[in-house]
Design a protein. Structure first.
Ligand SMILES: Cc1cc2nc3c(=O)[nH]c(=O)nc-3n(C[C@H](O)[C@H](O)[C@H](O)COP(=O)(O)O)c2cc1C
Length: 460
């Protein structure tokens, strides 16, 4: 079979009025729009016009009080919100963040399989372990588990979810009116899972979803995060600042993926790419200055401490971070990038925080559509990424600009698709339909409940 042309995977990160903390103060959208599903539908339709792979909603199951004073607190449940978006879109993939630390796998598997049915095969799950300790208090009296324990639980959690996704074989729902048989239950496998963190006995009460397995993404750059991604994920979101380190990161992850017996060619590295576009560099810089001027200095240093995993009430903003903090193991990979900035040019923490770009340790592009298209092309050609997680600093206008001015350049260069080549998110990403363990043999008949399945390199 002729090899499919590879295209960039472009995934649009949508957080209220944009990724920049002050975006809501100058956005053309009303600050309340981010609580209205129509706002997300409009953004998803623009992304669909640009033939992007997916929209992605971040999430944390809690509120950090000091953040909510300045940052829009618009934490609508991503799975429910994307279920609404699914009804008014036809192609765009819908990736919802769900925490493995503060939910249960059976319930998550059912919610994601439901989203996959509601969207006819466009569901994705961004697997996160939740870094914020405050969240623990919403879920009982246990303390927030440390990093290693969160990832250990995540591994078992994803394993259970996959067993549940794979519980019904592709032909289990026979729906034979003539024989009066709805399902052949010999083809439904219970997980019988009894592990360290979970006891999950029974299967899902619904047949295998249109993609077989919804698309799985993971956002984590620590060794444990990378291992989780390499074992299970179809794509990883990651902060990467330059081509050489991104090439090394991607190479390492591809090797790890192969070690877990998976094809590295079916695994995407999608660095987070915050950006701000203008018709000239000067115009983009002026917009950035406008955003920075609308930011709160007090919020910035507190939020930077928070991203580094520090309790901001213990940090003196007018002094450099003390050595015992800088020399200790960072509590998050964002912390690693922030400590590095503090060590490079020692200064009061307040000033260090001003240097922190939108996503610590990541690119932060400010310039013209041509400049952004060049950056994307250079990274792609150098093997530094398989696409990007686009993080517009200002919504909705910056997505219009990206789709109207950057996408056409990438299409002319032959690295962005001009049209969708299938209908599922796995199709857009050029990934095989996820093979069911019961269906390894090519003798099985085509599954009945699989709209759009199989148009991109089906593994059968
Ligand atoms: C593009 C991107 C998006 C992320 N989105 C979320 C999110 O929605 N919810 C969340 O709890 N963490 C999110 N994270 C943070 C990661 O889950 C993770 O905590 C962080 O990258 C630190 O990595 P580590 O846990 O491997 O140390 C995101 C990270 C990146 C790079």
């Amino acid at each position: 079979m002729a090899e499919e042309t590879r295209y960039l995977s472009l995934n649009l990160y949508v957080r209220n009025s944009g990724y920049h903390e002050a975006s809501w103060r100058i956005s053309s959208a009303d600050p309340a729009a981010a609580l209205d599903p129509r706002y997300y539908v409009d953004l998803a339709r623009v992304a669909e016009r640009g033939v992007l792979d997916s929209v992605f909603l971040p999430d944390s199951p809690g509120m950090v009080r000091f953040r909510s004073a300045h940052l829009p607190s618009t934490g609508l449940d991503p799975v429910q919100l994307l279920s609404a978006v699914a009804q008014s879109t036809t192609h765009i993939g819908l990736v919802a963040t769900v925490s493995t630390t503060y939910t249960q796998p059976w319930e998550t598997a059912r919610r994601l399989a439901t989203l996959d049915f509601l969207s006819q095969g466009r569901a994705g799950w961004n697997i996160v372990t939740t870094a914020e300790p405050e969240v623990a208090r919403n879920f009982g009296n246990l303390p927030h588990p440390p990093h290693a324990q969160r990832y250990e639980r995540a591994q078992e959690y994803v394993d259970v979810v996959l067993k549940l996704f794979d519980g019904w074989s592709d032909t289990a729902a026979v729906m034979s009116r003539a024989d009066g048989v709805w399902a052949d239950t010999t083809q439904i496998t219970s997980p019988h899972h009894h592990g360290r963190h979970f006891d999950v006995e029974g299967p899902l009460p619904l047949p295998r979803s249109p993609q077989g397995r919804p698309y799985l993404t993971q956002a984590g750059a620590s060794p444990a995060g990378m291992e989780l991604a390499a074992r299970y994920a179809d794509a990883v979101f990651t902060p990467q600042r330059d081509v050489p380190s991104a090439v090394a990161f991607r190479g390492r992850l591809r090797e790890m993926t192969a070690q877990f017996g998976r094809s590295a060619d079916h695994f995407k590295v999608l660095p987070g790419l915050p950006f701000l576009l203008g018709s000239t560099d000067a115009e983009a810089k002026a917009l950035h200055t406008e955003l920075e001027d609308a930011s709160s200095d007090e919020f910035r240093w507190r939020n930077t401490a928070h991203l580094a995993g520090l309790d901001h009430t213990t940090v003196d903003p007018d002094a450099p971070l003390p050595d015992h903090i800088l020399d200790a193991q960072p509590l998050t990979s964002f912390g690693g990038s922030i400590y590095q900035l503090a060590k490079q040019a020692p200064a009061p923490f307040r000033e260090v925080a001003r240097r922190v770009s939108a996503l610590p340790g990541a690119l932060d592009f400010i310039g013209t559509p041509e400049g952004l298209a060049d950056l994307i092309t250079d990274w792609w050609r150098a093997g530094a990424s398989d696409g990007f997680t686009l993080m517009p600093n200002l919504l909705p206008d910056q997505v219009d600009l990206f789709v109207g001015h950057v996408v056409p350049i990438l299409q002319r260069r032959g690295i962005a698709r001009r049209e969708y080549r299938g209908s599922t998110l796995r199709d857009h990403a050029g990934l095989p339909w996820s093979t069911h363990p019961h269906n390894q043999k090519p003798t099985m008949q085509q599954p009945r409940l699989a709209p759009g399945r199989g148009s991109a390199g089906v593994e059968r």
